[in-house]
Structure formats: C-alpha cells, structure tokens
Design a protein around this ligand. Structure first.
Ligand code: NAP
Length: 265
C-alpha cells in the first residue's frame, strides 16, 4: 500500500468482503491479522496468501459478540504494530423488529456496533500515540436509506457512518485517517445467512465483491472520508453533506423556534 505499510487487522476475514480485503492488502505487501470464528477458512486463506505474497499472517479466532473475545482483539491492537484496522465483521437480521426478539437484537448490536466501536477506539489510541494509522469502517448505503430496510441493521450502519465522520474530524490532524465504506448490495454470504435470496434482486442491482473492495481501495488511496462504490454522481452525496453542515449553527438555541412557539389560547 502506497500510504499505509505494516500490518492490517481485518475482522470478518474468513469470507466475503473481509476475505477480499485480506487478498488485496496481502498483495500490497501488508502483513495480516485475520479475525473471525471460522478458523479452518482463515487457515486456507492464509496459506494461499502466504504462498502468493510471502507476507506474515496471524489468525485470531474470535466471536465478536463475546466481550472476552473483543477484549482479546483490543489487546492485539494495543500491541502497537498494527497500522490499519478494517472493521468489517457484521451481520444482518432475518426479518424486522416484528420477527426478532431481545437475543437477536442484542446480537446484531454487539457485532455491528459494540465490537467495531471498541476496536476503533483501541486502534485510535494506539495510532494517535504513534502519529499514524488508518481505520476503515464497513458501513452500508443503508446508513443513508433507512426506509429501504429493517431499521436495525441500517441503524447500526448509520452509527458506523456517524462514528467514522466524527473520528475523521477528531483524528485527521493527529495523523490518523478514517474511511467509512458504504457498499450497496454485494454478492456475499450475508444474504443467505440472514434468510434472503440475493438472486431475487433485479439485474444490475448487486455488485461483485471483488469490484466492491477494489473500488473501496481506490477511495482509500484517495484518502476519502466516505466511499460509496455504487454511487455514480458524487454531487448527490456532497449536496447532502452540505445541507447537513449548513444546519449545524441552527441546531442548538436557547430559544424555541418560532414554528413551535405556543399559540395564544
Ligand atoms: P459475509 O460474507 O456474511 O461475511 C461476514 C464476515 O463476518 C465473515 O467473515 C464472518 O466470519 C464474520 N462474522 C460474522 N459473525 C461474526 C462474529 N460473531 N464474530 C466474528 N466474526 C463474525 O458478509 P459480507 O457481506 O462480507 O459483510 C461484511 C461487512 O459488509 C458487514 O459489516 C456487512 O454489514 C457489510 N455490508 C455488506 C453488504 C452486502 O450486500 N454484502 C452491503 C453493505 C454492507 P465467521 O462466520 O467465520 O465468524
């Protein structure tokens, strides 16, 4: 990698988007730390990438819904040699709030919100101490489109976008680059794992996972704060950002806005 060298820690590296990141980053010469539950799959990937690239690859088996396993990965990030965190592990719900109970809701929030927040915080501390490093958070276009999904998955991804933008604002002058990647529908196992048929989408709707990661890395090399691989017209996102930032000075006032003033009886 031209601007980030060293070691990348990738969560959810056993398949899908995370496994393609592992492939691309190893081919850029980065050493890897792979994190997921399926050790056999990570070993197969690591063997291939060691053979193809000669980089060093470590495997950390972890269920990132488990507090103890997240702590293990936090400790690895605190060791000081990691230069890039790819916060990628995530899941979707089978159904909406109507079909899911407390266990399922707590699980998706643990994996999609709590774990990436703790890992971003651990790496931010280590990176700020060194004055360099990069955090990539895999969010989703659903962060911008809550009406299109269940609200829980999309809400976790809106959280990650918000966290990424706040980290960009806080850490960029400390040498730490943060990127939020917002994939649209991408062909991976996440669909089948959450009871959905990716082939049911209309033609032209679903991106190939290799294309998604290659585009995300173009955004990474450009040091984009937010990368949306399927969005052709960048000005649509820019306009939304500008409208949001323009509201900023008006969002906290001692006076109630006229439009909410009590109507005289
Ligand atoms: P995927 O093919 O289902 O892969 C998910 C990865 O996360 C796997 O490596 C899985 O490994 C790991 N994982 C799942 N549960 C875990 C747990 N409890 N602890 C640790 N690791 C766990 O999904 P993907 O599409 O590549 O998703 C990657 C990221 O992209 C997710 O955050 C997802 O929300 C986001 N995304 C995907 C799409 C899409 O359409 N595919 C669109 C927008 C955003 P193990 O099973 O081995 O643990």
């Amino acid at each position: 990698m031209s601007k980030t060298t060293g070691t990348a820690l990738i969560t959810g590296a056993s398949t899908g988007i995370g496994a393609v990141y592992a492939d691309r980053l190893a081919h850029r010469g980065l050493n890897l730390v792979l994190v997921a539950r399926d050790v056999a799959r990570m070993q197969t990937l690591a063997e291939r990438l060691r053979h193809e690239t000669g980089v060093a690859i470590e495997i950390i088996p972890a269920d990132l819904t488990s507090d103890a396993d997240v702590a293990k990965v936090e400790q690895r990030l605190a060791a000081g040699d990691i230069t890039l965190l790819v916060n990628n592990a995530g899941m979707s719900l089978d159904g909406s709030v109507l079909e899911n109970g407390p266990v399922e809701l707590a699980r998706i929030i643990a994996l999609n919100v709590t774990a990436p927040t703790r890992l971003a915080a651990a790496s931010a501390k280590a990176f700020v101490a060194k004055g360099e490093g990069a955090i990539v958070n895999i969010a989703s276009v659903l962060a911008l489109a809550p009406e299109m999904f269940d609200g829980v998955y999309s809400g976790t991804k809106a959280f990650l976008l918000n966290l990424s933008q706040a980290l960009s604002a806080q850490l960029s002058d400390k040498g730490v680059y943060t990127q939020a990647v917002l994939p649209g529908a991408t062909r991976t196992e996440i669909w089948e794992r959450s009871g959905k048929d990716v082939d049911a989408f209309p033609e032209g709707f679903v991106m190939d996972v290799d294309d998604l990661v290659d585009a995300a890395l173009v955004g990474f090399d450009r040091r984009e704060a937010v990368t949306i691989p399927p969005l052709a017209d960048e000005s649509q996102f820019t306009a939304m950002q500008q409208a949001r930032l323009a509201m900023g000075p008006n969002l906290s006032k001692s006076a109630v806005a006229d439009r909410y003033a009590k109507v005289a009886a």
